[in-house]
Write a protein that binds this ligand. Structure first.
Ligand code: COA
Ligand code: AMP
Length: 633
């Protein structure tokens, strides 16, 4: 089939508002917009101002009313607990309505925030949709973050209520969530009025008198009483959620997502980009705590009337590297979306994919990879193993949907390995040098997007227009700075090579090395430190801390190292995977005192490097190589 991509993309270029107005016809609105786009509203403009709508209505109720009442909406498949459960759209509506009525009993209403700190259980999805139903703003916090990170998010969002669970399940261990939640609430100034706790049978927890409530008891009673809550009309421009993501300091950025534009963008993506029809099963093997989970476990598949899979397990070890094939076959998954690291893990455990043989994957059509650069070797292995197109696509928490990819529904373009495809409609992607001038095709530079961002792109950061401008819009006026470095080739394909800030991608998880440095620097034995991301064959990148110890502490590096690893795990969380610390005499710096992280990274990765012209003392780089050599041996 010839791709319609170029025709559709140029249609958008010629008439962006007409393009999105047409896409918006796929959504049920309570009342129409005054303008498709108001360039004068908000920081850089707002989509569909004046329109009223409800995201839960479009994701749930309209399918119940439109003939999908008995179709599975959500399948929870948890190899880690041995449980599987499916919910039809009708059942999903009952669960969500019951929870929405409980939230209302707590006084949660339009605009109030609700923090959700949950493992991969159906109740996490119900919680998101219940908030959407009553116009409350959810903020999901990933379960792998520790109490301090959770506290920082609670303080910023100031939620009226928190929905959490007694525990999460990781291979070989039960992660008690409740002590982390209690500690976070103790640490933060903005105390929630109520916490709704799901008791999981693997490990129950104590409930604090007055503050904590049992999820099953309250929601069960509301469900039995048939209590229902109508979908609250909200403005298209009202916030649906806040999702905190790593910024260049330890303070996370609260990415805001609106209701109207988000629905339009996600609904459009399901067929045009992912090639999925309503009624089919879509599986994003991510976590609801990340943007991929928000967009492609919860909202996009449900807005499109699909069946979505919520998977509580890992690609390997639950019980083995064949679990992805089992889930695809058992639930007739048409498309899987995951991070390349998951496929690297499967390939390492089962290089010849022997565990694939027992499973019938005839209904499986495509594999989508994102979250980190998809290395061509892994892409080719997945193509050969599965015999379906493997599509690398590039996006960010801030955009909520792909910026670039090979659009399956519009018809695929010739594949270029190492490239996450071409810009999607809505995205005028350009590459600029540091002075803000466009660079020729094939030249590396700063990847930016000409404003405005399309519907669904972040309109601002929570309560912080200034930080939004400073972090994303000021450096290249008129453009959104992605903070990725890369290039566009002569055919318009993008290549994303690295971040231009201190963010690293560990197993597809976005983390700030600056945040880790803040923790390491607090150790009394550490005089100075730098944390950088170094290449890792499984996780893509892992953090590595370089520390200069105070005189006396130098003899006790072993215990300092263990303490630093424990501190990062306790303050940021196990997901940081901070397990390597190298003791150095000095850190390499420029004459103006800037640490030469990029050069250190190249040395650690055994890549070619040149002596920076601005270096203060070149001999320090030899010391770094030597220290790394010692720590590897
Ligand atoms: N709650 C508590 N702890 C969690 C957690 C959660 N929700 N998620 C992860 N952790 C912990 C893990 O148990 C692990 O702890 P450990 O150091 O004690 O082993 C640590 O955080 C790191 O977890 P993870 O990044 O998942 O690494 P892993 O070594 O357990 O597994 C992979 C490696 C590749 C199998 C795994 O990273 C994976 O499945 N990745 C898929 C990619 C993905 O989901 N990306 C999201 C964006 S698309
Ligand atoms: P997150 O906000 O967690 O989705 O992380 C976004 C960052 O992950 C991007 O800015 C990129 O650095 C990286 N990223 C995501 N997808 C890709 C991809 N397909 N190729 C290269 N980098 C990617």
């Amino acid at each position: 089939m010839t791709s319609r991509y170029h025709e559709v993309y140029s249609g958008w270029q010629q008439d962006p508002e007409g393009f999105w107005a047409k896409a918006a016809a796929e959504i049920d609105w309570f009342s129409p917009w005054e303008k498709v786009f108001d360039a004068k509203a908000g920081v850089y403009g707002r989509w569909f101002p004046g329109a009223t709508c409800n995201t839960c209505f479009n994701a749930v109720d309209r399918h119940v009313e439109g003939g999908r009442k008995d179709q599975p909406a959500l399948i929870h498949d948890s190899p880690i607990s041995g449980r599987k459960k499916s919910f039809t759209y009708g059942e999903l509506k009952d669960e969500v309505s019951a929870l929405a009525s409980v939230l209302k009993d707590f006084g949660v209403g339009k605009g109030d925030r609700v923090v959700i700190y949950m493992p991969m259980v159906p109740e996490a999805v119900f919680a998101m949709l219940a908030c959407a139903r009553i116009g409350a703003v959810h903020s999901v916090v990933f379960g792998g973050f520790a109490a301090r990170e959770l506290a920082a998010r609670i303080d910023d969002a100031a939620p009226k209520a928190i929905i959490s669970a007694s525990c999460g399940l990781e291979p070989g261990r039960v992660v008690a969530y409740k002590p982390l939640l209690d500690e976070a609430i103790r640490l933060c100034a903005a105390k929630p009025e109520a916490c709704l706790i799901l008791q999981r049978e693997e490990q129950r927890c104590d409930l604090a008198e007055g503050r904590d409530h049992d999820y099953a008891a309250l929601v069960g009673a509301a469900r039995s009483a048939g209590r229902a809550v109508d979908c609250e009309p909200v403005l298209a421009t009202d916030p649906l959620y806040i999702l905190y993501t790593s910024g260049t300091t330890g303070r996370p950025k609260g990415v805001v997502r609106d209701n109207g534009g988000h629905m339009v963008r996600l609904k459009w993506s399901m067929f045009n980009e992912f090639g999925i029809e309503p009624g089919e099963t879509f599986w994003a093997a991510s976590d609801v705590g990340w943007v991929v989970g928000h967009s492609y476990i919860v909202y996009a598949p449900l807005l499109h009337g699909c069946t979505t899979v919520l998977f509580e397990g890992k690609p390997v070890g639950t019980p083995d590297a064949g679990v992805f094939w089992r889930v695809i076959a058992e639930h007739n998954v048409a498309a899987l979306f995951t991070a390349p690291t998951a496929f690297r893990a499967i390939r390492t455990a089962d290089p010849d994919a022997e565990l694939l043989a027992p499973h019938d994957l005839t209904g499986f059509r495509s594999l989508f990879l994102a979250g980190e650069r998809a290395d061509p070797d892994t892409v080719k292995w997945a193509e050969k193993t599965l015999g379906v197109p493997v599509i690398d696509h590039w996006w960010q928490t801030e955009t909520g949907a792909p910026i670039s990819q090979d659009p399956v529904g519009l018809g695929m373009l010739p594949v270029k390995y190492g490239s996450p495809g071409v810009p999607m409609p809505g995205y005028d992607v350009q590459v600029l040098d540091d002075a803000g001038d466009p660079v020729p095709a094939g030249t590396l530079g700063n990847v930016v997007v000409k404003l405005p961002l399309p519907p669904g792109g972040l309109p601002t950061l929570w309560n912080d227009d200034k930080r939004f401008r400073d972090a994303y819009l000021s450096e290249f006026p008129g453009y959104y700075k992605t903070a990725d470095a890369g290039m566009l080739d002569e055919d318009g394909y993008l290549f994303i090579m690295a971040r231009t800030d201190d963010i690293i991608n560990v197993a597809g998880h976005r983390l700030s090395t600056g945040g880790m440095e803040e923790v390491v620097a607090e150790h009394p034995a550490v005089a100075e430190c730098a944390v950088i991301g170094i290449a890792d064959p499984l996780k893509g990148q892992v953090p590595c801390g370089f520390v200069v110890l105070h005189g006396k502490a130098q003899t006790d590096m072993g215990s300092v190292e263990q303490e630093l690893i424990a501190m990062v795990r306790e303050r940021i969380g196990p997901v940081a995977a901070f397990k390597k610390v190298v003791s150095v005499k000095r850190l390499p710096k420029t004459r103006s005192g800037k640490i030469l992280r990029a050069t250190m990274q190249k040395i650690a990765d055994h890549r070619e490097w040149t002596m920076p012209a601005t270096i203060d003392d070149p001999s320090i780089l030899d010391e770094i190589s030597e220290a790394l050599g010692k720590s590897d041996s």
